[in-house]
Design a protein around this ligand. Structure first.
Ligand code: ARG
Length: 463
């Protein structure tokens, strides 16, 4: 295959070889070499099936099998010379197979096309990344459950508008992310289920006149069944889009948590200390310890969502079936997957290493009149006030405390009664952040008992 004037794979009708620029725009080997293991697995399943169906001889199938194993080990040991002239991974592997085993290599492509081949390879690759994402998300969830368990009853401010709203527990906040990441696990699992149909045997687009057994190749490659429509099988890339959509949502969740870690680790908050292992220093300011990993995780959603939009734009408007546009599917998915896996691993490491400062969390929770809602609720419960009136009375007490520069529990009973004469000293039992969180016993609420019950459930679900 060194003859420049003709491509050995498809050059029969060509008198001239490709221009260098044509070769540069056409070749995908620089990136699709990542599909080598999937490509060889697909070829092995195809060759075994061809022999079982009597389409090629057992002898040829055996030679192909052996030869493909040699190619695999050459690639894995770095002893394979990838060639741009051979365009892509499919032709690189087949051309090398021919050098190793000779004539039988030419029989491998019977009843097959690069169109069903690439669709199969890519599905196998994306399927593996779904499994990898699920594994990494599960590990991250376990790390978060560990944090939740350590601080199930630690009190911290709960925020709306990034303003202190009501006290919540550290454990509850950690478990909020476990909920999000476990839905991400669900999305990758669903996408995997839907993509697990085998395109191989759809051939170029119409199926084949050879008596192939698509159920056998599908089973050999771990697919649930062969894809039922050959046109769809070679032209669908929605499996990759589903992966990118799930990855984008997951990256968005990571980004929100990363943002919280950036805020929480700042000198103004000091809610958490990140470990040295997951921080960086400044080259000019010796005192600095920067949350760079969190910041980079926060940014990753940009390129991952970008890949999602990018592939959507590649696919929209493509007539059935295959068009070379679809070669542009891979780099974006590779980049998105690489960065998602890295972000998940970095978040997992940060969460395992970080230590929350219980004292600072509690001090912050106690500021900002965070138990005002508890006071209003008490006025409703104990005095039978309508909630709107209770809200108003509480508001006047907040104004009074603000003026005095103290917190609600520090107001005297007489001061309380100046806002509403019915108030008794029982009111002090609901003020204070520990009372507040302990009272939030509604299902899914922040009370430590609720948090501990959820931790037990998560531990058995994630085990
Ligand atoms: N390298 C191509 C891709 O990634 C393989 C399929 C080529 N098929 C074709 N008919 N030219 O899409």
């Amino acid at each position: 295959m060194t003859d420049k004037t003709q491509n050995a794979m498809w050059g029969g009708r060509f008198a001239d070889g490709p221009d260098a620029i044509m070769e540069a725009i056409n070749a995908s080997i620089s990136f699709d070499q990542r599909l080598y293991a999937q490509d060889i697995a697909g070829s092995r399943a195809h060759a075994a099936m061809l022999a079982a169906q009597g389409i090629i001889s057992d002898k040829d199938a055996e030679a192909i099998r052996e030869g493909l194993l040699t190619v695999l080990s050459e690639i894995e040991t770095g002893n394979f010379a990838f060639s741009t002239a051979l365009e892509d991974i499919h032709m690189n592997v087949e051309a090398r197979l021919k050098e190793i085993i000779g004539e039988p290599a030419g029989r491998l492509h019977t009843a097959r096309s690069r169109n069903d081949q690439v669709a199969t390879d890519f599905r196998l690759w994306v399927r593996d990344r779904c499994d990898e994402a699920v594994g990494k998300l599960s590990a991250l969830c376990m790390a978060l459950v560990g944090q939740a368990e350590a601080g199930a009853d630690w009190v911290m401010p709960g925020f709306t508008h990034l303003q202190t709203a009501q006290p919540v527990t550290w454990g509850h906040h950690m478990l909020a992310y476990v909920e999000m990441f476990s839905r991400d696990i669900g999305r990758f699992t669903d996408a995997r289920k839907r993509m697990n149909e085998c395109p191989l045997g759809a051939a170029a687009l119409a199926g084949t006149s050879f008596p192939i057994d698509r159920h056998a190749t599908a089973a050999a490659l771990g697919f649930d069944r062969p894809a039922a429509n050959s046109l769809d099988a070679v032209s669908d890339r929605d499996f990759a889009l589903e992966f990118l959509a799930a990855a984008s949502i997951c990256a968005m969740h990571l980004s929100r948590f990363a943002e919280e870690l950036v805020i929480w680790s700042s000198a103004q908050f000091r809610f958490v200390a990140l470990s040295d292992r997951f921080s960086t220093g400044s080259s000019i300011m010796p005192q600095k310890k920067n949350p760079d990993a969190a910041e980079l995780i926060r940014a990753k959603v940009g390129r991952i969502m970008g890949a999602n939009v990018g592939l959507m734009m590649v696919m929209k408007g493509l007539p059935l079936t295959y068009s070379k546009d679809m070669q542009e599917d891979k780099e974006q998915v590779f980049d998105a997957a690489d960065n998602l896996m890295l972000a998940l691993a970095a978040m997992d490491g940060m969460v395992r290493d970080m230590s929350a400062n219980r004292t600072n969390l509690e001090a912050a929770a106690s500021s900002g009149f965070s138990t005002a809602t508890d006071l209003a609720d008490w006025l409703v419960r104990a005095l039978g006030l309508p909630f709107r009136d209770a809200h108003h009375v509480t508001g006047s007490l907040v104004a009074m405390a603000e003026k005095k520069g103290c917190d609600l529990p520090e107001l005297s009973l007489a001061e309380m009664q100046s806002a509403h004469p019915g108030i008794t000293d029982e009111v002090y039992s609901v003020l204070g952040v520990h009372n507040s969180v302990a009272s939030r016993q509604s299902f899914g609420g922040t009370a430590p008992d609720q948090v501990r019950a959820r931790i037990v459930e998560w531990k058995s679900r994630l085990a």
